[in-house]
Design a protein around this ligand. Sequence first.
Ligand code: PLP
Length: 284
Amino acid sequence: MRTVYVNGVFCPETEAVVSIFDRGFLFADGVYEVTGVLDGKLIDFSGHMARLRRSLAELELREPAQEDKLLSIHRQLVEKNDLVEGMIYMQVTRGAADRDFLFPADDTKPSLVLFTQSASLRDKPAAKTGLRVVTVPDLRWARRDIKTVQLLYPSMAKMEAKRRGVDDAWMVEDGCVTEGSSNNAYIVDAGGTLITRPLNHAILHGITRKAVLRLAAESGLAVEERPFTVEEAKVAREAFITSASSFVLPVVEIDGTTIGDGRPGEIATRLREIYIDEALKTAV
Ligand code: PLP
């Protein structure tokens, strides 16, 4: 059984308790972060903490603890759970208060919950086979740059993908792909240019995205941050996704159309290798 962290206490997962009046439960009034773990070390921890602070600030939500304290909790969870490879989820909500749409008084204590999830990140079958995706309309709210716990629509999109017999969904707005249901989306055009949507309120500012774009530029790839259409994606040479738990994974089919020769692309495969090397070198 896992040891989890809830509001100052490490305890067995079956004993962890959060109030029924927690605003995360009643209003989805909370944010979260997911940090990947390789060889028992945290990947890009400071990047995840910087995004957490941004999400909290955008929602006028109090910081639950300083970064060094959060790092210590993450590390203790890795140790207590013998976590070698997987993820740590950190959920922060506005805390428990009488039910009211208005935010509660400033002295309301945010809730802080962390738990581990063991998973194989390095050896993913999809790295060799590629993912098949379908497109769905992007029906989420208009502040997707904030990493809130409102994951109902991404959950519905993944169910739709499952019903249609594929691995995941890419979300589309005004004919252009915003992002994957829980990842950022990319294509490589015929000329070898990597294309991904620019950062604004329409997508989550992926921590893996930032690292991968830097590594891509450093390895001499041309990178263009602009929206791309579903039609462009279908005739792309390659397509792929990034996230903290998938790193870089190739996409080989979109809405039944084969991408490239139907096998994981060279660039996606190389970026996955470079990213994992870098993650191992810089993990804390
Ligand atoms: N976009 C969405 C909607 C996500 O949910 C996620 C990760 O959960 C990402 C992008 C990728 O972000 P990151 O690389 O920080 O995991």
